[in-house]
Design a protein around this ligand. Sequence first.
Ligand SMILES: C[S@@+](CC[C@H](N)C(=O)[O-])C[C@H]1O[C@@H](n2cnc3c(N)ncnc32)[C@H](O)[C@@H]1O
Length: 285
Amino acid sequence: MSNITKEEIESFTAVLFSKFGLDFTCYESQSLSRRLNRVLFVLKKDTIHDLWAAMLQDHTLIYRFMDELSVGLTSMFRDPQMWSSLRSILYNDYKSRSQFDIWNAGCSTGEEVYTLGIVLKEMGILDSAKITASDMNHTALDIAKNGIYHKVKMIDYEKKFKEYNKFGYFNKYYSIHDDNHVLMNRDLVKNVTYKYHNLITDSFTGKYDFIFCRNVMIYFDAPAKEKLIQKFYDVLKPGGYLITGFFDSMLSDEEKKQFDCKLASLRILKKPEEISVVPVNRITA
Ligand SMILES: C[S@@+](CC[C@H](N)C(=O)[O-])C[C@H]1O[C@@H](n2cnc3c(N)ncnc32)[C@H](O)[C@@H]1O
């Protein structure tokens, strides 16, 4: 494995930013170093300098680089307990809403999006949910859109699903695609819009009842994570929920003051409801 120095990482992220507008300067340095080593291996380059030289020759390599750098592990029904608590929240507060908005930020290859689809469908509220699923990895987004997964993965997903709903049948949510793959039911994602979105550099639009950003902040350093949480807070509706991952570090004390943290151990954070202030001169005895 190549030994990438801190200086190499700093100058590489600086030139990536100035030439391609890609900001990796706020990525956590150890994880970035690990990921860069992996990219060098996959792209068969010996050093960061070789990689940079190749990128200057072939501008399309930057897309491959981005996809390889951000590749992440995911699964359906990851952390089943969190999904069970979410079901209770949905049951109590969202079952009778005609519409609610969900953003799955950093959806990777889409397993979380299908999980959401199954949870909502089982509750009979899938049609009320408007879901945006985003990532900065083009290859992952394509896989998410296609919803075709290796059948071996289904063994683990079914086990996790059973922890969420021991009486349910996971296999009714997909059909056989070919000898090795299954195709997830299309109706699970009929209200999903997939989009390319970079959480560090792109603007945040819309207002959401739920934002899932699980196991993404592990990539970022503390200041970037703080900024991101503030941006999520701003686009959450009052009473809305931010759901982070078990691998994302806990919130700072300042952030904890902003959210209702009753379910923080499950990484479910609630933005407080807006308190309606009655002007003093309208209060009558
Ligand atoms: C480990 S996966 C998490 C997938 C899923 N949320 C889960 O918890 O199973 C992390 C994802 O974050 C994405 N990511 C990393 N940096 C990002 C950024 N700046 N903007 C948007 N997505 C990013 C990666 O492309 C990857 O798909």
